[in-house]
Design a protein around this ligand. Structure first.
Ligand SMILES: [Zn+2]
Length: 310
């Protein structure tokens, strides 16, 4: 027994000696097919969101570590890192490879903020939380959905949504509350509408003396399924919540807007520009949050008109 143990210890030491060279690798490891937290959700449909793209430095403490059609945010602080959203379960190995490529050990991630409890943004949260040891932070309504891995009937798309792995370690946070890690303070902004528990997140990012307000915004798409109507008096709270959300985006300190789906705010175009020519930074646009609200309020009004036949 002792001999076997000694042999194992020697093997472990040999492997440890190899690891510095191995850690240089940037490629995403092949997903472990048997890991239940990585079981793909809607893989054919998801492929259009998960186009590979290299991690990108947006400004100061702010990075993107996600995909062509789905943003995953990274805030680097003096005492650890914060992720925003977890994409799909099958996306987790690539997100983790992006973190490693940036020199961020998984154990550095202390919080994962959630913008909405739909599988495309939350499907990977359980695996990311397990692998990093981080706490997932969400609105009280979203935290309930994340804990079950399933939306309730108050979600406009509840009839058509896929289930996703339930999240174990959750911290609910209310509108206006802050979360501090190292030198960064993130403020939670309730932005209900697309889902009842949608939350957006804001913080300051500095490059030397150039300090900017960054907004990582939840999706504002007014879509529904299964006969759900925003104009139904039973859904008045979400209808009114949406109107408040549009107002909130117009009033938010906002120099840099990152949206959960990049294309909803021209983020894909901005990123291509940034990669081609970083100065002036195409993400700096103090009108971006207003435009985001205006575009989606117009879609919301169109939807209401269709629902009510006006
Ligand atoms: Zn959604």
């Amino acid at each position: 027994m002792t001999r076997i143990f000694a042999a194992l210890a020697a093997l472990a030491a040999a492997l440890a000696a190899c690891s510095p060279a191995q850690s240089q690798a940037v490629q995403a490891p092949a997903p472990a097919a048997k890991d239940p937290l990585l079981t793909p959700i809607a893989p054919d449909y998801a492929r259009q969101w998960l186009g590979e793209t290299a991690p990108a430095h947006i400004h100061g403490n702010t990075w993107l570590v996600g995909f062509e059609g789905l943003n995953v945010g990274l805030i680097r602080t003096k005492t650890g890192a914060i992720l925003i959203d977890g994409a799909l379960p099958q996306a987790v190995p690539a997100i983790e490879a992006h973190l490693k490529a940036l020199g961020v050990p998984l154990s550095d991630v202390k919080y994962i903020l959630s913008t909405e409890p739909h599988y495309d943004h939350s499907g990977g949260l359980a695996a990311l939380a397990r692998d990093t040891g981080a706490t997932v932070v969400a609105s009280p309504q979203a935290a309930q959905v994340l804990a079950r891995g399933r939306s309730g009937p108050d979600d406009p798309q509840s009839s058509s949504l896929e289930r996703f792995p339930a999240v174990q370690r959750l911290r609910p946070i209310a509108d206006g509350q802050t979360l501090r890690l190292g030198d960064v303070v993130v403020t939670a902004r309730a932005t209900p509408g697309h889902t009842p528990g949608s939350m957006s997140w804001t913080w300051r990012s500095c490059e030397g003396k150039d300090c900017r307000d960054v907004v990582f915004a939840s999706s504002l798409n007014p879509i529904a399924s299964g006969g759900y109507k925003y104009s139904d008096p039973a859904n008045r709270a979400l209808h009114d919540g949406f109107l408040k959300t549009f107002k909130a985006f117009r009033a938010m300190p906002c120099d840099i807007l990152i949206t959960a789906h990049p294309s909803q705010s021209g983020g894909d175009v901005k990123l291509a520009k940034l990669r081609a020519q970083p100065k002036p930074n195409p993400f700096i646009d103090p009108a971006a949050c207003r435009t985001y609200a205006d575009t989606h309020q117009a879609l919301f009004e169109k939807r209401l008109a269709k629902e009510t036949g006006r």
